[in-house]
Design a protein around this ligand. Sequence first.
Ligand code: KIV
Ligand code: ZN
Length: 504
Amino acid sequence: MERERVFIFDTTLRDGEQSPGASMSIEQKFEMAVQLARLGVDAIEAGFPVSSPKQFDGCRMIARKVKGPAITALARAVDNDLQAAYDSIREAERKRIHTFIASSPIHMKHKLKKDPDAVLEMACRAVKWARQRVDEVEFSPEDATRSDLPFLCRLVEQTIDAGATVINIPDTVGYAVPEEFGLFIRKLMEAVPNMDKAVLSVHCHNDLGLGVANSIAAVKNGARQVEVTVNGIGERAGNASLEEFVMAMNVRQDLLPFTTGIDTRQIYQSSRLLSNIIGFPIPRNKPIVGENAFAHESGIHQDGVIKHRATYEIMTPEDVGRDASTLVLGRHSGKHGFRRRLEELGLLLTDENLDAAYKSFLDLADRKKEVYDDDLYVIVRDQIGEQLDTYELIYFNFQSGNMAIPTATVRIKSEEKMLEEAATGDGPVDAMINAIDRALGISSKLLEYNVHAITPGRQAIGEVSVTVQIEDGRYIGRGASTDIVEASARAYLNAVNRYKTASR
Ligand code: KIV
Ligand code: ZN
């Protein structure tokens, strides 16, 4: 059967980055954009350029260097935004301006303080402006699902006439339910006479956990672009998750006769990379990419899978790029084998970074017999992350015991200065954090602290993730080591480095 193409518009770097605590540096956004292109998305929404110089520069860097997908910048339907969006992406091979204005009564009245005719005029003007400069123009009536359908149809018809090539229907507040949303899309398709002149897209938020279900309902009713994010990150409860939507299309081809351009074998790597960059751990039970997604615990299930894999697996880990490691690395592995395994995992380093990463690998291999793929992700993450960091942990020492007052000493490098301090605390981790706070002259509040073993065995690498409040912001940090106190110090410093990056 001929299968129709559904375009994947990835907004990890724009809506995704709006998740509290998910802000990325320009270099990290670029690294993620390269991976998204490798994954095969059709469009990358690189940012909201008018909102800050960092957003603008991030879009420009991606536009200059990432080939393949349409590089998209977001703009409200006003001149400044549109100009910034255009300037940031003008060097892209394929460029798209995405402009939006709210169309629901509640947003028009309370937020915009404009009547429907004024909104209509602004939308058409913005679309025309953009279309005079780029070939691909996307228009979104924000909060579309709570808009009045006849007004929405008028707005869509007129923006298509003004030159929009993609009409995106956002369920901005994640309010829709699948059957209703599918019908809404169908009615829109039927009521807008020139709908065949544009691609109909949907952008579903996940406030009720229905983002993917709503996107699928929309595709079944005529939408041909979906807006998604890796790991489902995004405003509030997030957006429809790329990996879940794409795998639903793949697994249920019997009901969903559509294709995407996604190379599903790049899914796991994309998910890991994002999680490493923003510091959000992937929940163990997350579909497709969580640690337990392909783990069979009960005896009955294990027995079934051994006899015939498909008894309990609707897709294979290999389908999404989660191959079992074929090469176990250890103390005697050479640089060549190390590089090869990194390349197989899609982790491409410059020669200089490779040398430093190999050195970290040898240090780890000295402490641990076998080095797993997950260890390699951590080594590479630390290697790339350190270059962006303001503070580097050079030395630490702690004393603890049932008869001693826990005490820690740290030495931290900050540009060319060495900062050294000692402090006591309620335990070694508390003492370490107190010593870091003193050395850096900051005060913070530890909101969350979690430890888990990344790799198996008694010499497992333990990963600590922390959420720290500094001033008004919350920052997530992660650190890994075979020593839990060291991992805690690294996680804490990682959060402080994110605070520094965000306030630059
Ligand atoms: O959720 C939303 O409405 C948006 C628009 C800007 C598309 O993110
Ligand atoms: Zn959104």
